[in-house]
Design a protein around this ligand. Structure first.
Ligand SMILES: [Mg+2]
Length: 382
């Protein structure tokens, strides 16, 4: 950092001496207060990976990867291998400011969405630090804060309503994504309990492909009567005819999540015609590809939700930066509250949620400060 030239030297000479020296992947496991349970799986501990992009100028970019084997096929071990192996090799020696070269080199590794997404976020973090600029400003800088959505996991219907009420009362959160995809009678009982407890809450649901087509038809009509605004991935992504029939049957749009895990997937889903809203997750498409997805959706006049895969506070901070950066995302609630389900975390200051809103970090980069003591306690590679 001592050789850092004055900004007047111009971007190229400013960035010229700075190179990525390696990418580190640190697996860690955090305990949950309330373990996420949903139709595609249960998460007992947050078996995440801290990604660190090291540079020869002393800047270190950081991001968090959350393995979701049932969605992407990636595990904690596969993410560590991909990040510290092929992705680290591909980016060593690259100037991090050349984000399109970074993207090109990462794209040489097929699949591995979560590993590549986290590396992209960590490179953006380092770019922000080099430039002395917060990432939400580099991306677009539309807003300073966004409204927050909380996800309600599977439990007994009364407990799900209690979860929602607690977050509503304590943090002022008024939008909830409720996990469904069990027997329609159970799902409907949960939605009725939440609606009764919170008559003015905004509700949408996520079945994580858990329903059969018949279940979806049975549940869907009543969900609409309960004021549910949208239905995320009701049935198998492979059942394309069924998805189109559901989209035609309901006034509630289908939200594409597992069907929309990359730019190419979103393009196909929009061609297919069933998806009316796209869930964009920086956890799998980083900032670079998430922005491309957003642009595609803007061109097609398709709404976007900034989604979460139950990130910890590191991931939530990045998601928040993206959500606040664009007009199309800042104006609506983003899924960033679920780090609250963790019993502990490895950051010094998680995003603060007040009156239902979370403010972006003004610090250069994404604005993550890791608590090294807690990281040492929770890392699982030593
Ligand atoms: Mg989902």
């Amino acid at each position: 950092m001592d050789t850092y030239p004055a900004p007047s030297a111009g971007l190229e000479s400013l960035a010229g001496p700075i190179r990525i020296t390696k990418i580190e992947a640190i697996p860690f496991a955090l305990p949950y207060r309330r373990a996420p349970r949903f139709a595609s799986g249960t998460v007992a501990t947050a078996d995440n990976v801290l990604v660190r992009v090291h540079t020869d100028a002393g800047f270190v970019g950081q991001a968090e990867a959350q393995p979701r084997p049932y969605t992407y096929g990636e595990t904690q071990a596969s993410i560590v291998a991909a990040v510290s192996g092929q992705l680290s090799d591909a980016l060593t020696g690259v100037n991090p400011l050349r984000l399109e070269r970074v993207a090109e080199r990462c794209a040489a590794l097929e699949g591995n969405y979560v590993a590549r997404g986290a590396v992209d976020l960590a490179v953006w973090d380092v770019v922000g630090q080099i430039l002395g600029c917060a990432c939400h400003l580099l991306l677009g800088g539309y807003a300073e804060d966004v409204a927050v959505t909380h996800m309600v996991s599977f439990a007994e219907p009364a407990a799900m309503a209690e979860d929602a009420v607690e977050v509503y009362e304590r943090l002022g959160v008024k939008t909830f994504k409720v996990k469904v995809g069990r027997a329609p009678a159970v799902d409907l009982a949960a939605l009725r309990a939440i609606r009764e407890a919170l008559p003015d809450a905004e509700l949408y649901v996520d079945a994580n492909r858990g329903w059969s087509y018949e279940d979806a038809v049975r549940a869907g009509d009543e969900l609409a009567e309960l004021g549910v605004r949208a239905v995320e991935e009701p049935i198998s992504v492979e059942d394309r005819a069924g998805r189109r029939r559901l989209a035609g049957r309901w006034t509630m749009p289908l939200v594409g999540d597992e069907s929309c895990i990359s730019l190419a997937h979103v393009d196909r889903a929009l061609e297919e015609g069933a998806v009316g809203v796209v869930s964009v997750k920086t956890a799998r498409t980083g900032f670079t590809e998430s922005r491309r997805i957003l642009d595609l959706c803007l061109a097609r006049k398709v709404a976007v939700i900034v989604g979460s895969q139950y990130e910890g506070a590191i991931g939530a901070t990045a998601t928040l930066a993206f959500a606040a950066a664009f007009a199309a995302t800042a104006g609506q609630p983003a899924e960033i509250a679920n780090f609250l389900d963790l019993a502990d975390d490895v950051v010094i200051a998680p995003p603060e949620i007040r009156d239902g809103r979370a403010a972006v970090s003004a610090a250069p980069g994404v604005g993550i400060e890791v608590d090294e003591e807690r990281l040492a306690r929770y890392r699982v590679d030593r």
